[in-house]
Write a protein that binds this ligand. Structure first.
Ligand code: MD3
Ligand code: FE
Length: 213
C-alpha cells in the first residue's frame, strides 16, 4: 500500500518568471551525488580562485564535464583544463547529467544539454557576493543548481546590483532552475552558518549545470 507518511515527495515553488525551486528533488540520490563529488575532488581537488581584482574567493571550487569555470587576470571564462593540474576536467557523471536535464525539462526548458558543471564548496563564513552569470555563450539556456549539505540563504535580486533582493533558504536536495527572464538576475549567497550536516559535515555543496558554449 502507498504510505503517504513515510516521507515528503518533492514539490515545486515559482520564485519569478523562469525561476523554479524543486524542493528535495535530489534527496533520493543525494548520497550518490556526494560519492561522485568525492571521486571528482580526488582527481581535481577543490581550490580557492583568485578574482581578477586580486581577492581569494571564500568558496572553493572544482568542475566536471567538457568545460570548467576559470578565472584569469582580466576576467572569467570556461576551459577544458583545470588551471591547477593542467589536466582536462573529469567527465560529468551520467547521474549528474540526467538529473539536471530532467529538472530543466520539468521547469519547461526542453533540450537542455549541459557541457559544464561547477562544484562550489562552502565552509562556515564562505559566501558569494551579488553577481550575474553571463560568461555562457547562449543565455537562453537555463542554469540548474543542486544544493547539498548545510542550508544557505540565497539572495535573489533584480537586473541591477542595487535592486531589492528576496532571501530564499536552500537546503539539502533542493534543485533550482533559472532561465527565461530570470537568467540575468543578480544573485548571491550569504555567509554560511557553522553547523554539522549528517552527510556533509561542515560543508555546503552546490552544483551548477550550464551550457557554456
Ligand atoms: C540565478 N552559485 O556558481 S546557485 C554560481 O549556491 C552561483 O553556489 C550559487 O551563483 C551557489 O554562479 C547559487 C543558484 C543560481 C545559479 C545560477 C543562476 C542562481 C542563478 C543564474 C541566474 C540567476
Ligand atoms: Fe551565479
Amino acid at each position: 500500500m502507498l504510505d503517504l507518511f513515510s516521507g515528503e515527495a518533492p514539490w515545486s515553488e515559482t520564485l519569478a518568471d523562469g525561476a523554479q525551486v524543486q524542493r528535495r528533488r535530489a534527496l533520493a540520490v543525494a548520497d550518490e551525488l556526494l560519492a561522485n563529488i568525492d571521486a571528482i575532488a580526488k582527481l581535481n581537488p577543490f581550490y580557492h580562485r583568485i578574482t581578477p581584482g586580486g581577492h581569494r574567493m571564500s568558496v572553493a571550487m572544482t568542475n566536471c564535464g567538457d568545460f570548467g569555470w576559470a578565472t584569469h587576470a582580466r576576467g572569467y571564462h570556461y576551459s577544458r583544463q583545470d588551471q591547477n593540474s593542467a589536466q582536462n576536467w573529469p567527465a560529468m557523471p551520467a547521474l549528474f547529467y540526467s538529473l539536471a536535464v530532467a529538472a530543466a525539462e520539468e521547469a519547461g526548458f526542453t533540450g537542455f544539454n549541459p557541457d559544464a558543471c561547477l562544484i562550489n564548496r562552502y565552509e562556515p563564513g564562505a559566501r558569494m557576493t551579488l553577481h550575474q552569470d553571463k560568461d555562457e555563450k547562449d543565455l537562453r539556456q537555463p542554469v540548474v543548481s543542486i544544493s547539498l549539505g548545510l542550508p544557505a540563504i540565497f539572495q535573489f535580486g533584480g537586473f541591477e546590483r542595487d535592486a531589492a533582493t528576496q532571501r530564499i533558504l536552500l537546503e539539502h536536495g533542493d534543485i533550482v532552475v533559472w532561465g527565461g527572464s530570470s537568467r540575468l538576475r543578480y544573485h548571491g549567497v550569504l555567509p554560511l552558518k557553522a553547523d554539522i550536516h549528517p552527510q556533509c559535515g561542515a560543508f555546503r555543496y552546490n552544483l551548477t549545470f550550464r551550457r557554456a558554449f
